[in-house]
Design a protein around this ligand. Sequence first.
Ligand SMILES: Cc1ncc(COP(=O)(O)O)c(C=O)c1O
Length: 443
Amino acid sequence: MTAKRSELKRQLLEQARQRPSARSVSNIGLAGQASRPASRKVPERFTRFDAHPGYQQIALMRQGAEQLGLKDPFFKVHEGTAGATSVIDGRTCINFASYNYLGYSGDPRVNLASTQAVEQYGTSVSASRVVSGERPIHQQLEQAIAKAYQVDDAVVFVSGHATNVSTLGYLLGPKDLIVHDAYIHNSSLVGAQLSGAKRMSFSHNDLASLDALLERHRHQFERTLVVVEGLYSMDGDIPDLPELIALKNRHQAWLMVDEAHSFGVLGDTGLGLREHFNIDPREVDIWMGTMSKTLSGCGGYIAGSVPLVETLRYFAPGFLYSVGMPAQVAAPSLKVLELMPEEPERVEKLQAVSRYFLEQANARGMDTGPSIGAAVVPVIVGSSPLAAQLSHALFEQGMNVQPILHPAVPEKSARLRFFISCEHTQEQVDQTLDALEDLLSNA
Ligand SMILES: Cc1ncc(COP(=O)(O)O)c(C=O)c1O
């Protein structure tokens, strides 16, 4: 018996020696060559970071910029608070590249809340919240978010991106379906991939095609989640929330709305998409948002029912296995949530100056796509080199706006993307659009 076993072991070892494992074959890209004698030499390109496709793409981009005589438009260093104006390279410029929508980042009251939190709690909570990282300020912030949404509860994560990754990745599985708008943020895509659920996208804001998709496929899956954004950050347009709610109810699906850009921007008091449409917030299953925009901090949140929030608090990997939010990061968002209801004029100003921007851009014949004129307005110029050149030339004249280039958007819709703050003035808008009009007429 023992001799038989050791003979079997010897044969298995011999077979293993002769056959490279499936894992090592696919890792070095040699799948399909398994029948050839295995060479142990790995091509050098698989051992070098400078041969990585990502790095090669950066090199190509830099080469293109150099040929056009442009500086790399990314990683510009802002030397202070980035609001309607910002200091870059020692120069104050009009700034349309930051999502400080209600101007609270840099507000002395918000800064003070943060420094007081550091004094009270130190700079790190030094553990996952589940195991000794919990502080009163976490619960205060979550209660304030739940109150803003008029739902049962909320949970905050240390990153907005990780919020979507963990939430989708944990809640859905291989027997489920995720249907999302084609323009959904990368964080939701990555979360959907992680979940192992079947993923399908529908054309941007095309709810008839969403309906058709659900009609055809919903019954083949257990759970189904529809994911949309409250305000799309490339185009500045919004989904039809009442119609989405009707659809998701008809098809027994959950609806998740990512309010990264709509909270603070839409609705009379900035309470987001549901205030804009005057919808009962409990009609949406999962409200998601980030603290990095209007809320002037960092991190993300999920707001909704007790079972949803509790499940994520106990099991979402990006919450359970990650440190709790530092108090000085939680405090500014808590303060903003306290200030927002007292200062609705900020939302009013943001909406007025955004509408003004849209009207003035259109009056000058600029293509602003489907933007509704709420904090995000693109000017589509149709070519990545032109968008990069315009951004560079505007910067030379003291105006900072980010170009959005292929592959972030299709080449024909390369654009300048303007983020507007309640602190922008009509004069700043006029000055910028005049300069852009001039540049476009000479392009
Ligand atoms: C729609 C949307 N969701 C999620 C995120 C991720 O948020 P954060 O940058 O706060 O991690 C972003 C980032 O801008 C976003 O635009």
